[in-house]
Design a protein around this ligand. Structure first.
Ligand code: DGT
Ligand code: CA
Ligand code: CA
Length: 576
């Protein structure tokens, strides 16, 4: 394996970090960091320089000692000094210094007092409120650390919803150029994945050079990683990386297929092409016997057509059976946002000061969006931070809903609750009040760390309650924040089918719970889901679209989704 300049730079950075954690001499630390920067910015591989007999010590910030170390790395891929340091100090501790506010001194302190060595340790101690107890730390620093951990996670993949405004501005900007005929975002963004690693933008133009110049001149570009005649990669101020490709008219469809991916879908398409003595790439579809001859490529449809396939929407392009389904004519007729008649998970100011709008305001917002029904599902008492509704509060809210229903013509409010599933699997309100609701949304908010056995048993027990209707955010995951609970979801889904219960696709962008893969599993066993906004404000009602995206990626059709039904239809389902 060739050793790149960046590899050597990384080793020097790591040494500097570990020396820093040891409290070593800062000049020695600085020397490694400076050398790392020199290497990272060098235009030629140092391996070439060594081969050509050049003296590395002539490079800025590199003396005889470091020059010698570079040759050792080129020969062996590592350095004894680094290995010694890694034996002494857990290298994971170096990652902790990336959290804002945590320098080497504080990391050392946390290690000595609480035994913190990894990001997971740090998170656990911060969540348990232990950090604030360490000398020199306080509640504020603890909170900053928690926020920092979240941000560190988000830096890896972006929530698609967070990338959206960035995309809109950039696409507007690119479309504004005279030589640009069309712009589209491809990649995972177009496939509507819940997160995106980077953006892949395709522009149609005959003047690639001009478009690339326009692109790199965008005001939010802070770093140009590469720039050619038809492609460029940049990093935006927000940290998001963007790949641009400029293609001519005749290749646009082929390029769109290629850069939309997924890679696995592309591989499957190419295999299919080979079987037809065709070649598919980002420039078009070609005859293997005469590669000069472009058979298709102007539109995506033309590419699929040469492979004897109908058009496949981007959400399905994951090589999860879509090509066979397309061939057989059994592609799903996917759910759309227009098919949703209402929302089955909504909060109001009745339960939580953080919720921004009253019952009436939420009702009017739903009506303005053309919804036929809206279920009001405030929290139950166990969610103390959200000031959950007591039985009396809930009865009062039910009266208020009756009154408002008399008044509203074109929206029907449903009486419901987001009732907590307690640790023992009981529900957080007595059955006699739950009996009087239209249906119940049930959720786990506490004791998320039970074993799979216990967590599963807890939810199954809750489902035994005849008032149980929909399991809200079933896995409890929050993207980039916390993973799913340990759960046997197959058992839960089967139990739901047996008992006439349902699962939610929570449309909050950081939840999207259940996800696409689980949606597909639900469909396969005949389990319907509710796509729910979990709205905490009027604008949140618009989040449904993210739930629809996830459901589409999970092959769901209108009949798989509860809230495509009218309320009378739903009432019948819930009663049976
Ligand atoms: P991401 O960015 O991690 O969220 O995921 P994608 O799917 O956007 O992946 P990305 O940005 O690496 O590449 C964009 C598309 O380009 C990808 O979906 C398919 C295509 N592509 C990239 N690398 C390859 C490759 O090695 N082979 C093939 N066939 N296609 C590739
Ligand atoms: Ca991408
Ligand atoms: Ca990319």
């Amino acid at each position: 394996m060739p050793i790149h300049n960046a590899d050597i730079a990384r080793i020097f950075e790591e040494i500097a970090d570990l020396l820093d954690l040891k409290g070593e001499n800062r000049f020695r630390i600085r020397a490694y960091r400076n050398a790392a920067r020199t290497l990272a910015q060098l235009s030629r591989p140092v391996s070439d320089m060594v081969e050509e007999g050049e003296n590395l010590a002539d490079l800025p910030d590199i003396g005889d000692d470091l020059a010698e170390k570079i040759t050792v790395i080129l020969d062996t891929g590592t350095l004894p000094l680094l290995e010694d340091l890694e034996d002494e100090i857990n290298p994971a501790m170096a990652d902790l210094m990336d959290i804002p506010g945590l320098g080497p001194k504080r990391v050392r302190m946390l290690h000595e007092t609480l035994g913190v060595s990894t990001l997971d340790d740090l998170k656990a101690e911060a969540e348990a409120g232990k950090i604030r107890t360490v000398e020199g730390f306080g509640e504020k620093i603890e909170q900053n650390i928690l926020d920092g951990i979240v941000e560190a996670g988000e830096a890896k993949r972006w929530l698609r919803s967070r990338a959206e405004p960035v995309v809109t501005s950039l696409v507007d900007y690119l479309s504004g150029h005279d030589d640009v005929e069309r712009v589209e975002v491809a990649g995972s963004y177009r496939r509507r994945r819940e997160t995106v690693g980077d953006l892949d933008i395709l522009a149609m133009s005959n003047d690639g050079g001009a478009v690339v110049e326009h692109f790199v001149a965008y005001e939010d570009v802070v770093d140009v990683a590469s720039k050619g005649d038809t492609q460029s990669t940049v990093r935006l101020r927000s940290g998001l990386q963007v790949d641009l490709r400029v293609v001519p008219h005749e290749s646009y469809g082929a390029a769109l297929v290629y850069f939309t991916g997924s890679k696995a879908h592309n591989v499957a398409l190419r295999k299919r092409a080979v079987e037809r003595t065709l070649k598919v790439n980002e420039y078009g579809v070609f005859d293997t016997n005469n590669e000069q001859k472009r058979i298709a490529g102007e539109t995506e449809e033309s590419v699929y057509e040469t492979l004897d396939l109908p058009y496949i929407v981007p959400e399905l392009r994951e090589d999860r059976g879509e090509i066979i389904a397309a061939e057989k004519g059994t592609l799903p007729r996917l759910i759309t946002g227009e098919a949703l008649r209402g929302n089955l998970h909504t909060h109001t100011t009745d339960s939580d000061g953080r919720h921004r709008h009253s019952l009436r305001e939420m009702a009017e917002a739903a009506r303005d969006r053309g919804m036929e029904y809206l279920a009001i599902t405030d929290h139950s008492p166990a969610v103390a931070v959200a000031q959950g509704l007591s039985e009396d509060d809930l009865r009062r809210q039910m009266d208020a809903i009756d009154a408002l229903n008399d008044e509203l013509d074109d929206l029907h409010l449903l009486k419901s609750i987001e009732v907590d599933i307690m640790k023992d699997g009981t529900l957080d309100l007595p059955d006699d009040v739950l009996d009087d609701l239209d249906f119940c949304v049930c959720a786990v908010h506490t004791s998320l760390n039970l074993s799979e056995e216990k967590q599963t048993a807890r939810i199954l027990r809750a489902m035994d309650n005849p008032n149980f209707t929909i399991l809200a955010h079933p896995t409890g995951r929050r993207i980039n924040e916390r993973g799913p609970m340990a759960l046997n979801l197959d058992r839960i889904m089967e139990a739901a089918v047996e008992r006439g219960c349902y699962l939610e696709v929570n449309a909050q962008p950081e939840r999207l719970d259940i996800d696409d893969v689980l949606c597909r599993r639900a469909k396969d066993i005949g389990l319907m889901v509710a796509i729910s906004a979990d709205a905490h404000s009027r604008d949140d009602l618009d989040l449904l679209t993210y739930g629809v995206d996830q459901a589409r990626r999970g092959w769901l059709e209108p009949d798989d989704v509860l809230n495509t039904k009218t309320w009378p239809e739903l009432a019948r389902l819930f009663a049976s």
